[in-house]
Design a protein around this ligand. Structure first.
Ligand code: DX5
Ligand code: ZN
Length: 228
């Protein structure tokens, strides 16, 4: 699969979201960080903004829910038109039921792991998901430093995907930039969220193209990708 670059609007200007979406034309997905000030110590946006954003751009929305009780709230994001809905493993009471509900509402179902959450307990659950998100910072804020100690987890997850022959996308989120994207791609990631590395530049669309080129060049040489 080709590398996908998902700019995170957390680093965009929230008063100009439609324009900011246009500024990353060519991006694969628009990453929308939903925070409830309980699961993480920050507050962003909710369903009404997702509904409006969906009308303002043709780029599909990748909603990352950093919220308590996703079992209750996540399906509403699929109904609001998100193409992909990610809930956190640490917050979901019934992740299999929730993933099935998200898929039934027409969105891709995805689950996220905070840095201290291991992948191994979720091995049997992976066929229920379309994407697995490995956080490479503690969730809550943009602009944090990439956690290199997450690379072994990315590697182990890629091994599980290969071993079970799954069509699962592997996303990384947090501190992904020109300096770190190659390490992520080499370890096995194929979907890359980038906030400050895209919106912190003068030309966000060019940053997306350049990150994608870097990731694809690394993937072309990575043993895990060659086997596919
Ligand atoms: C952090 C969010 C990220 C954030 C990434 O909790 O989930 O999506 O926007 O921002 P950068 O790329 O600046 O680390
Ligand atoms: Zn995110």
């Amino acid at each position: 699969m080709a590398a996908q670059i998902n700019p995170s609007i957390l680093s965009a200007d929230f008063a100009r979201l439609a324009e900011e979406a246009r500024a990353v034309e060519g991006a694969d997905w628009l990453h929308v960080d939903v925070m409830d000030n309980h699961f993480v110590p920050n507050l962003t946006l909710g369903v009404p903004v997702v509904e409006s954003l969906r009308k303002a751009t043709d780029i599909p929305l990748d909603c990352h829910l950093m919220i308590e009780d996703p079992d209750r709230w996540a399906p509403q994001y699929a109904e609001a038109g998100a193409g992909s809905v990610t809930f956190h493993a640490e917050a979901a009471a019934a992740p299999v039921r929730l993933a099935r509900e998200i898929r039934a509402k027409g969105a891709r179902a995805s689950m996220a792991l905070k840095p201290a959450t291991p992948i191994e307990p979720f091995e049997d659950l992976l066929p229920e998901l379309d994407m697995l998100l490995i956080m490479t910072v503690e969730p809550g804020f943009g602009g944090q430093a990439f956690l290199d100690i997450m690379l072994p987890k990315i590697r182990r997850t890629r091994e599980l995907i290969s071993r079970h022959n799954l069509q699962l996308w592997l996303q990384v989120d947090g501190g992904v930039s020109a300096a770190t994207i190659e390490r992520c791609a080499e370890a096995g990631a194929d979907v890359f969220v980038a906030g400050s590395a895209v919106y912190g530049t003068d030309d966000p669309a060019a940053a997306v193209r350049s990150l994608r080129a870097q990731a694809e060049e690394t993937m072309a040489r990575a043993p895990w990708a060659c086997a596919h």
